[in-house]
Design a protein around this ligand. Structure first.
Ligand SMILES: Cc1cc2nc3c(=O)[nH]c(=O)nc-3n(C[C@H](O)[C@H](O)[C@H](O)COP(=O)(O)O)c2cc1C
Length: 208
C-alpha cells in the first residue's frame, strides 16, 4: 500500500469484528513502526497501555461513555504522554542523551547545556510540559493509525472518556496525560463505513 492509499483507507471505524483477534506479533510490528515517529530532541515521551482482556475492556468502556467499540475491538491502545519526559533522570531522556553522545552529536560536557535547553522549552510552566507531552505523543498516535492501516487493520481514535476515571482505574501515574485511546481490529463483516466527512480545502487551511 502506498501512502496515498493509506491516507485514503484510514478511517475512524465504528464496527469491529468481534470474532477476529489482532495477532500479538502484528500488534508489536505496528507499535515498533509507529515508534519511528519524530519527536522533540528525539525524546519520545510516549508509552502505551494495551487493553485486551474482557475485564479491562468492560472497565474502560464504562469510562468511555459506553462506546461499544471499546469492547468490540480486540485491542484498545491507551496512549500515554509523559509530561516529565524532558527532565533529567527520565530513563528515556537518559538513553537519548547517551545515544547523542555515542553518535558524536553531543559531548558529555554538554549535559548541563542540554538540560537548560529542555528546561527553557518544556519546563517553564505546566502548560509547556503538557504541550510537549501531547504534541509528541499525538504524532506517535497518528503513526500508530497509519501503521495499522498499512498492515491491514482498522483503528478508531477516541478522546471521549473520563480522563481522571481512566487514570484511577488503570493506575496511571500522575506524570502521564492520556491524549487518546485507539481501538484496533478488523472491520465487522458487512459493516458500512460512513462516507468520508468534509475536509478543508487548501485555501481554507492556509491562514493569510
Ligand atoms: C483525538 C481524537 C479523538 C476522537 N474521539 C472520538 C470519540 O471519542 N468517539 C468517536 O466516535 N470518534 C472520535 N474521533 C473520531 C473522529 O470523529 C473522526 O476521526 C473524524 O470524524 C474524521 O473521520 P475519519 O477519521 O473517518 O476520517 C476522534 C478523533 C480524534 C483524532
Amino acid at each position: 500500500m502506498n501512502f496515498d492509499q493509506i491516507i485514503e483507507k484510514r478511517r475512524a471505524v465504528n464496527f469491529f469484528d468481534t470474532e477476529k483477534d489482532v495477532d500479538e506479533s502484528l500488534l508489536k510490528k505496528i507499535i515498533l513502526e509507529a515508534g519511528n515517529a519524530p519527536s522533540s530532541y528525539n525524546l519520545q515521551p510516549w508509552k502505551l497501555k494495551i487493553i485486551r482482556t474482557p475485564e479491562q475492556k468492560e472497565a474502560l468502556r464504562k469510562l468511555a461513555f459506553d462506546q461499544p467499540k471499546v469492547t468490540e475491538a480486540p485491542v484498545t491502545l491507551m496512549v500515554l504522554a509523559d509530561r516529565d519526559g524532558w527532565k533529567e533522570g527520565n530513563p528515556t531522556m537518559e538513553k537519548v542523551f547517551a545515544d547523542f553522545v555515542k553518535a558524536g552529536k553531543m559531548q558529555e560536557e554538554q549535559r548541563e547545556w542540554f538540560a537548560g535547553a529542555r528546561q527553557a522549552l518544556y519546563g517553564r510552566d505546566a502548560e509547556a510540559a503538557q504541550a510537549f507531552a501531547n504534541k509528541n505523543s499525538s504524532l506517535f498516535a497518528m503513526s500508530l493509525m497509519f501503521s495499522a492501516t498499512a498492515n491491514g487493520l482498522e483503528s478508531h481514535p477516541m478522546d471521549g472518556f473520563d480522563h481522571e476515571g481512566v487514570r484511577k482505574e488503570f493506575n496511571i501515574p500522575d506524570n502521564y496525560w492520556i491524549p487518546m485511546l485507539i481501538a484496533i481490529g478488523y472491520l465487522k463483516p458487512g459493516a458500512q463505513i460512513y462516507p468520508k466527512g468534509w475536509r478543508q480545502s487548501f485555501e481554507e487551511i492556509i491562514l493569510d
